[in-house]
Ligand binder design. Sequence first.
Ligand SMILES: *[C@@H]1O[C@H](CO)[C@@H](O)[C@H](O)[C@H]1NC(C)=O
Ligand SMILES: *[C@@H]1O[C@H](CO)[C@@H](O)[C@H](O)[C@H]1NC(C)=O
Ligand SMILES: *[C@@H]1O[C@H](CO)[C@@H](O)[C@H](O)[C@H]1NC(C)=O
Ligand SMILES: *[C@@H]1O[C@H](CO)[C@@H](O)[C@H](O)[C@H]1NC(C)=O
Ligand SMILES: *[C@@H]1O[C@H](CO)[C@@H](O)[C@H](O)[C@H]1NC(C)=O
Length: 334
Amino acid sequence: MKLSSSAHYALFLLSSFLGLSSAESSHLNDDSPCVARSPTTGLYFDLSAISLSPPELKNGKKVVKDARDDSWHAKGHDYPANFTINFCAPVIENVTDVVGIESSRWKNVSAYYKRDDKVYSIGEQASEPIFRGRKLVLNYTNGSPCPEEGSMGSSNISKRHKSTIMSFLCDRDAPATVATPSFVGTLDSCTYFFEVRSSAACGGIAVDPNAGGLGPGGVFGVIMLIAVAVYLIGGCAYQRTVMHQRGWRQCPNFSLWAGVFDFVKDMFIILFSSLGSICRINRSRSSSGYMRADTDGGRGGVIGAIGGRGGRGQGRDVDAENRLIDQLDEEWDD
Ligand SMILES: *[C@@H]1O[C@H](CO)[C@@H](O)[C@H](O)[C@H]1NC(C)=O
Ligand SMILES: *[C@@H]1O[C@H](CO)[C@@H](O)[C@H](O)[C@H]1NC(C)=O
Ligand SMILES: *[C@@H]1O[C@H](CO)[C@@H](O)[C@H](O)[C@H]1NC(C)=O
Ligand SMILES: *[C@@H]1O[C@H](CO)[C@@H](O)[C@H](O)[C@H]1NC(C)=O
Ligand SMILES: *[C@@H]1O[C@H](CO)[C@@H](O)[C@H](O)[C@H]1NC(C)=O
């Protein structure tokens, strides 16, 4: 009985340690750009590994070896254009004369295609990948204006803009910093769909190494819990099989723990009864017959309660105190 409740308590502590640390790390990592946390698996997905930066920036960061001067490409196949894409960041290429986009926002274009020597943006930079169910999705909005739907509508409600939805697929065989976008299709030349295969889409346990796993305190706590669990389980097994104890007595060092418990309990009782006697003494000082250390009243009640074993003729309380003190002495003698 005691074993099972202790084990439950240990498990509760263990899970609270683990839960605490994972809550901390999610708090740290969810704020990072280009990172998403799967609500189903709890894994972190860091797309910044496949997010390209311009070469000069890479040089500034001393990352020279994989500096690219072009973004990721996707063939259009039956669509009359090829696509250029970057993830969570604008494309590396200098895009100019983007259809329907003022020049101040040219540097924000994250995906585009060229057709008849015109550049069409299919979305502006966004760095918040989200999970839609189990799908890791990134979308870009605010691209070039969509083509007019025929001429008959002519409803001038705010013009729609081209946008892009990318779905990321895990590819464990791909090199760490490589992404392969494939154009899936577009129905109205307004929203474009891509599938991106990359090992960055496979998810990891934690992105920030400082926040990953258990801190030193957590590790210590887990070790302590395991030690306590081993002590309880092993002790019980020993008491049960070797010493043939049953019930409460099969708990390891039962008498020791029972003694500690009784001691604490007795101390409480002594404390409270001496508080009681202080009150009594204050009420009628002279009525108590012979009290050894209690001539000045007040605090003397405590001393009298602990040290005075001669009995003060105060009825049941004193007897109870003496019994407790005797019991205490026996336990200390053990
Ligand atoms: C797309 O790129 C391929 C080569 O990767 C090329 O053969 C094709 O002509 C390009 N399509 C367009 C519309 O530019
Ligand atoms: C973009 O333009 C800048 C100057 O405006 C130039 O230094 C840089 O090389 C260009 N980058 C590419 C990829 O063409
Ligand atoms: C364009 O990108 C810059 C950073 O490069 C950002 O500060 C600005 O807000 C972006 N503009 C829009 C309209 O998103
Ligand atoms: C596009 O992404 C933003 C977050 O960046 C999200 O709030 C929005 O719901 C997404 N829209 C679609 C249509 O997926
Ligand atoms: C549509 O826009 C044109 C100008 O571009 C304007 O003359 C016309 O009144 C608008 N129609 C409606 C229904 O708002």
